[in-house]
Design a protein around this ligand. Sequence first.
Ligand code: GLC
Ligand code: GLC
Length: 840
Amino acid sequence: MQYGYFDDKKREYVITRPDTPWPWINYLGCGDFFGLFSNTSGGYCFFRDARMLRLTRYRYNNVPQDSGGRYFYLRDNAGNSADSQSVDNKSSDIWTPSWKPMKSELDRYECCHGMGYSRISSARNGLAFTQVSFVPLEDTCEIHKITLTNESKKDKNIDIFSFVEFCLWNANDDMTNFQRNFSIGEVEVHGSAIYHKTEYRERRNHYAVWSVNVPVTGFDTDRESFLGLYNGFDRPDAVFAGKANNSIASGWAPIGSHHIKARLAPGESKTYVFVLGYCENPEDQKWEKRADYGVPGVINKAPSDALLKKYSSPEAADKALADLNKYWDDLLSRFTVEAEDKKMARMAGVWNQYQCMVTFNMSRSASYFESGIGRGMGFRDSNQDLLGFVHLVPERARSRILDIAATQFPDGSAYHQYQPLTKRGNNEVGGGFNDDPLWLICGVAAYIKETGDYSILEESVPFDNNESLADSLFIHLKRSFDYTITHTGPHGLPLIGRADWNDCLNLNCFSSTPGESFQTTANFESGVAESVLIAAIFAFVGPDYVEICLRTGQQEEAERAQKAIASMIDTVNKHGWDGNWFLRAYDAHGKKIGSNECEDGKIFIESNGFAVMAGIGLDDGRAKKALDSVKEHLDTPYGIVLQQPAYREYHLELGEISSYPPGYKENSGIFCHNNPWVTIAETMLGRGGRAFETYKNICPAYREDDSQLRRLEPYVYAQMVAGKDAARFGEAKNSWLTGTAAWTFVSISQYILGVRPVFDGLLINPCIPPDMKGYSITRYFRGADYHITVDNSAGVEKGVKSIMLDGQHLKACAEGIYAGSYVLPIFGDGKVHKVDVVMG
Ligand code: GLC
Ligand code: GLC
């Protein structure tokens, strides 16, 4: 069953009923200000950091689901005149046009999630409602443009009540520290503008404003006055009374509600622009009037005045939305796909890239599965997120790389996470995740391949956020590389530390205390547990490090690195092969993990995907054997599970992986992030059909009509789909913030459709199902546009027969690392270049 459909022309997902199997959300904002926005106008917004600077409150894991948002209540006063003071409750009709929170019956409903904006349209009893919500490119606010249209034949006399509930900025404190919070809430009201200024009197120099571009009849800023102490959002006293209380919050729970009266003749429309903004003042200009005895201070409203003035008309809001549309048109014009397979085309060309922008912005902080108060930015995650983002806004990727690298320790290891506001590493989590350093090489290599900007390597970057320890970014890469080879175990494989990519393979944890963190507890520093996956990652990213050395004139270092890689591959061959697939790891006692010898957890996906990606076993049949084993033991119609058999019991020596019930998360769930590694690996074997099958199985657009089971948004990837051991096999969890976004974009764009940025140009090497007859791609790359058409009338899976570039035959590279491959040269001339690829 479907709950909506893709509108490919508009790049929107159109949700056609409000009671989706889980709130289906969108993200507003792509710079400093962000909003999470559900299909029923639920969610919240924040400035830069969802934990520290949150403007509106949200109740997670609450009943009913998705409580809190930017709500509008409508009250149709039937026969009463607009200025009538006597409101007859019986003849008036009250509803929420976004369905929630009243779950109102609507004559029609639609929510379109687009690129950085959402639009809810509904109607009830002859009154049409439209809400267009977005964050303008240049300002730190949400705009909600509301239009009411009288579609009936009679005059309508409507009350509009807006509603947002303010968060007292620090979202963690807001949910816990009531003894303080209930006394500190402060607001100001000035005309139609409601200012939330809690803690402004002391150490904050920012406030929130919630305003509308028309005069209001009344307002409320105190939650209890508006709702009634024992009411939910679905039954606000003020709305049912038809009259705001003009309440001024003092402590308790500050909110913002406007009361507007609208009289609409038949056919008439009225539009209102609501702005929810974040404003800052310089420390010495905080006050318009300082506090006095018995008189609170008056905040300096210069920034909010400017903001509200800017968006004081519907035309101004429309202009800002048009600018946002243009921004996304430009971004997505960098990589477009046309193909017969519309599902693939819309995912690769639009939604997958859109999700990459969101993961770049949010890392793993704020979603409907991540509270925004937990994790900061991950070292490993953020580096991988770059892979799917760097072609969109390379300059932002560049500064992100420098931020991440600054949290590296001098020995090459890294803080596992850092806070976006301070950009400093998190002490509570610390380091010791031994795959982390290698992802920096991976991210930097992707950046250089996209841009050709080697100057980034010369940037001076602190270690441990300490300027006095700064060195060039190149040296950071060197330390990353060396960390792996200097931290090896008994078999010569890299030590795993607290975990590798799999956060839950905690081989030195040995935790028997409930609630203890599996990631930060080390009850047994074995110095023995080793990871085959880290070895494979090393073998995959190592060659990029070698190339970077060569291209910066460091021949000797390149040779040294090359030897280290060869020796690591040797070690994997000796100690990382189990007969039919690659091993996963050795535990703290030196016992194999991911071996046929094991009772549970005999075979894992990660090491097999990555080892083949690194080219290990390609020459002697083991790569094929490994991927065949993956298919045989781990494959399902919804994707490839992480390992089999699932752990039935908790294993002290394995940690969190064995803590999950079988079929969920890292214990045999379909952990989508690693599926594209197998996709890429399959393309290395030239098996285009199988590669595409692994791509499709986890791709949400292909499961749109299965939404009741899958439950989550059909337009974005989820971190996990329950595996075959789970009761709810096929049900997805944790949509949006997952490395799946970046890696699937890499797999489809670079390895299946085969347009891959490399150091010297765009390498063309498609690997597709034989029945895919062709497709076309436009790719912006280093200052020029490449219009590429691929003709597979030959019906092959891999192999380029010829390429015509601007009407001339292109020769395959004769030598170097791309020998035998076709690489489109870098033009950088701002022109369009026509590329005709014939497979065969
Ligand atoms: C989560 C983490 C990521 C980790 C993965 C597997 O997605 O954010 O860092 O690699 O889980 O455990
Ligand atoms: C990753 C894993 C999750 C684990 C977490 C710990 O997100 O997916 O299972 O609990 O890391 O930080």
